[in-house]
Write a protein that binds this ligand. Sequence first.
Ligand SMILES: CC(C)(COP(=O)(O)OP(=O)(O)OC[C@H]1O[C@@H](n2cnc3c(N)ncnc32)[C@H](O)[C@@H]1OP(=O)(O)O)[C@@H](O)C(=O)NCCC(=O)NCCS
Length: 150
Amino acid sequence: MNSAPGEITDLDPTDLPRLESLLRAQGLPADDCADQLEHFVGLYAGACLVAAGGLEPAGDCGLLRSLVVAPDWRGRGLGQRLTRHLLARARARDYRAVYLLTETAEAYFLRHDFAPVERAGVPAAIAATRQFASLCPDSAVCMRYRPDNS
Ligand SMILES: CC(C)(COP(=O)(O)OP(=O)(O)OC[C@H]1O[C@@H](n2cnc3c(N)ncnc32)[C@H](O)[C@@H]1OP(=O)(O)O)[C@@H](O)C(=O)NCCC(=O)NCCS
């Protein structure tokens, strides 16, 4: 295994192939990553992108999307580091709320102060994102984080 990941970095176009393969290998949608790349951060171990996630702006809210940690690197707090980083970014931007869709990690996000909400009730700008509109299956659970905890 490569050396431990260092700092969280913003991703750029040179990272796109690694991001897409990391997501697709875990069965997560990656078709809109090229368009949203500027909103992604990641963690490298040597030349390997081992974890990534994005906070896509959508009106006065954010969409936490494509959080992924390579299987060999799970359980070491990388997901938590990225989640906290992206939620701090959401607070710095004064987002009213952060939404996400997940098929496999509802319990994980409950631990990060997200709560399940009806998908039909999300703001129009969130519903219009490609993740909501077409890429994530209807079976995915919708969750919301509110910075002010209201
Ligand atoms: C969810 C995910 C990002 C967590 O990354 P990670 O780096 O392993 O997580 P952390 O090390 O920060 O946290 C580990 C803790 O979370 C728990 N956890 C990890 N994945 C979980 C899941 N899917 N559901 C519930 N708990 C989970 C672990 O059991 C561990 O608990 P512990 O601290 O009590 O031992 C990673 O499992 C992953 O990439 N999953 C596949 C992609 C996915 O589902 N992404 C979310 C959709 S946006």
